[in-house]
Each structure stands twice: as C-alpha cells, then as structure tokens.
Design a binder for this molecule. Sequence first.
Ligand SMILES: *Cc1c(COP(=O)(O)O)cnc(C)c1O
Length: 466
Amino acid sequence: MSKANRVGVELNRTTDWVARSLQSVWHPCTQMQHHAGADAVPLIPVSHGRGAWLFDTEGKRYLDGISSWWVNLFGHANPRINAALKDQLDKLEHAMLAGFTHEPVIRLSEKLSSLTGGVLGHCFYASDGASATEISLKMSFHFWRNSGQPEKQEFICLKGSYHGETIGALAVTDVALFRDAYGPLLNHAHVVASPDARQALRGESAADVARHAAADLESCLQERAGKIAAVIIEPLVQCATGMAMHDPEYLRLVRALCDKYQVHLIADEIAVGCGRTGTFFACESAAIWPDFVCLSKGISGGYLPLSLVMTRDEIYQGFYDTDVRRGFLHSHSYTGNPLACRAALATLEIFESDDVLIQNRLKAASITKALQPLAQHEQVRNFRQQGMIWAFDAVVDDAAASHFSRQFFTTALKHELLLRPIGNTVYLMPPYILNDKEISDLGKSTLSVFNQVIAGMSVTTTGITA
Ligand SMILES: *Cc1c(COP(=O)(O)O)cnc(C)c1O
C-alpha cells in the first residue's frame, strides 16, 4: 500500500505499526538507519502500560527499568493520577496563563515553594526540560541587567554536563555527541572540571575529587566573575553523560563560591529532582538552596510535558517594576497547563500519603542487594548508587561502547526488560513502585543480559565473528 492510501487506516499487526512508524515518524535521539537492515535495533509498538510494565501490540511485556526516559515515578496508568486527570479534564483543559490563573497552577506553586521552606517563592512554567534551562539562563542574565550589571552575560557549566537540546541549553551542554554538529550555532560557555567521583586517585575520597573540581571552578571565577551570570550544575548525578555521581560536598562548595563571587547558582534538577536521589530536591542532600531550580521529567509523574523554574523572591523582585521591559516577558503557549499541573499535584499527593522518600530507602536497599552479583562481577567497574539510580561500567573497549549499548538494549528486550545503556554504562532508574518479585527479577535479568552481551562482545573483539 502506498503511504497516501494508508493514511488513517488502522492495521493491527505489529509489523505494520513498525513499518508505518518508520515511514512517517522521525524518532528522537536516533540514527534512523539503525532501525533498518540485518542488524536492526527493534522498534517496539507499545499498546498499553500498567504499573512498572509496558506491553506491546503482540502482548509481550517489558519491565520499564528506566522509567521511560526518567519521567515515570509511580507506574504507568496509575489509578490515582488517572482519577485526578479525569476530574480535571471535565473542569478545564487549558487556559492562557497571562492575565488568567487557575487552581492547579496556584496550588502547585504554593506546594513546591513550601517544599523549599519558602526560600524559592515563585515558579515560572514551561513544558520541556530544555525550556526550563533556557528560562533559568535568561532570568539570570536579565536579573543582572536589571541590576545595572549587563556585562554579566556568560555561563559556566561542568565537563560532561547535559541541560537539554535547544540552542541555549546545548550551549551549556558538554556532551560531544549531542553538541558538536551544532557547535557553530552556540554561544559557548566556560566548561570546568566535573566532580565525578570515578576520577579519585588511589587514597582519594569522593569529597577530595569534589574539592579539586571546586578549585577549578574557583579559578574560572577568579578570572571572570565580573562577566559570569550563573553556574549551572546537575546536583549529585550527571545523568546523560553516563550517571557520573559526586559527593554532596561539591554542592556546598559551589554554593559558597557563588556567594563569594556574586554569581547565580542554577540547579538543573530535571532528572535528579522529585525524590530520585533520595531527598525531594537533590540539593537538600547538601542542605543548600540554589538561586534557580529547574524541574521537569518526574514532576508530572511522567504523564504530561511540564517543566518549571523556581526562584528566590529577591530575584523575582528584580523584575517587579512599572517598566514593562524590566519584566520577564518570556512565554510558551502551554505555560502552566492545568492538566499537567493537576498531574503534578496528584504526584506530590502520592509522595505525602505514601511516605515515598522513606519507602524508597527500603526499596533502594533491596535493589542494591539484588544487583550484588553485578557489583562483584569481574567485567564490571564503578558500581555506584544514589537514591533510586544505579549504574556500572562494563569493561569493553571504548570503540565497542556503542555496539555494547545497542546489543544490551536488544538483548534486554528479549528478557522482558527495558534498559538502554549510555555507551558502556548500564544504569537502572526504575519507577518507585517495584514489588519484591519485580526487584528480584530485575536483578536476575540484568545479570543474564549482561553475561550474554559480554560473552558476545569478547567473541567479536577477538575477531571470531564480525
Ligand atoms: C532530560 C534533561 C533535560 C532536558 O529535558 P527535556 O524535557 O528532554 O527537554 C535537561 N537537563 C537534564 C539534567 C535532563 O536530564
């Protein structure tokens, strides 16, 4: 059937959905050719989800070990979030947020602010994480401009940082694979050392690495603080670069340096917020508050695109004026969407009513236990954990890392498991609702997949097969 004849026709066989998707959908973060040919990476047509599981159109199921790209917290088709959304749907699906307001956005802003003890008193809304990054950068720059320091125009980010893929966010992103093609379009930021604890030399602690990294930041600030608007960091775990974890000491040191040199601290908690690292905001692990917090991903429970930037009242006041141009005139059409805010409120209610942060500590301990055979595995380095994130590095040649990650993804699917390594780093970031059986299956399946893929790799690298 030609593409034109097929439009709108419903076909039920999986192969048809896959073929039609490949004909018409441009999938994200994907070299589309990898879905074609003999060695093709499978494309899974999802029909429905329930709890930690996704089901495909042929009835196969997959344990969502990465929370559908780090967004899902309380499972797919969660009855409580569903009920809240159904209720909201009959009241108000959307209204513009300039000149209008509504209950879900008010309650969500109040609730989030109260979680910071009122330190971050205002929330500004958008839809995607990258937009939250853009907003925080613009707000920081504009605040300094309104304060008579328009020369503060530059940003500092960390080695291996990831803050999203729009042009402004890419400028503070240091992942070559995502950034390099667009280099000429970007307003480059200063890149300083990462506190990644894996860099510890013999006899050094993670806190030592944090101190070295902070010293590198300080030398950049000594030289350029007068031109720097903000430092942007991913607190505790730099996820996209491969789950690089650091000591909370780094957050304390960066906070002190930002105060000393009068630059803003932006905490991108898009991936690490919402309880992922053990506290609701990752910064709480160091008992510091940044000047801006970006949230997205888990905040809506993984239901709807929602992002936001929280900031201090002093910063908000820097825009409060009779002059319209001193205001923050940024907007997105769906800013503060009531459905997305209602999903977020339902998510926060679950945190409270189920004591999620405390329950997660118990779950995390059992997941760590279930992963012990991997932690001890000869072919594994740097087994690490922070809250509800686990990661380890497979001992494979750098050149083979992308082959490893694709093989792992494909093999995992055959074991009813959704895991998508980043290069040679395998990580787990499951939803917060796994039961004991799911936890033990997750441990066992991850180990089987790993053994199978590693066995295949050594054969390949010794040249026995191509
Ligand atoms: C995912 C992510 C973003 C970008 O969010 P999108 O919704 O994908 O635009 C930004 N920063 C961090 C730390 C992220 O993990």
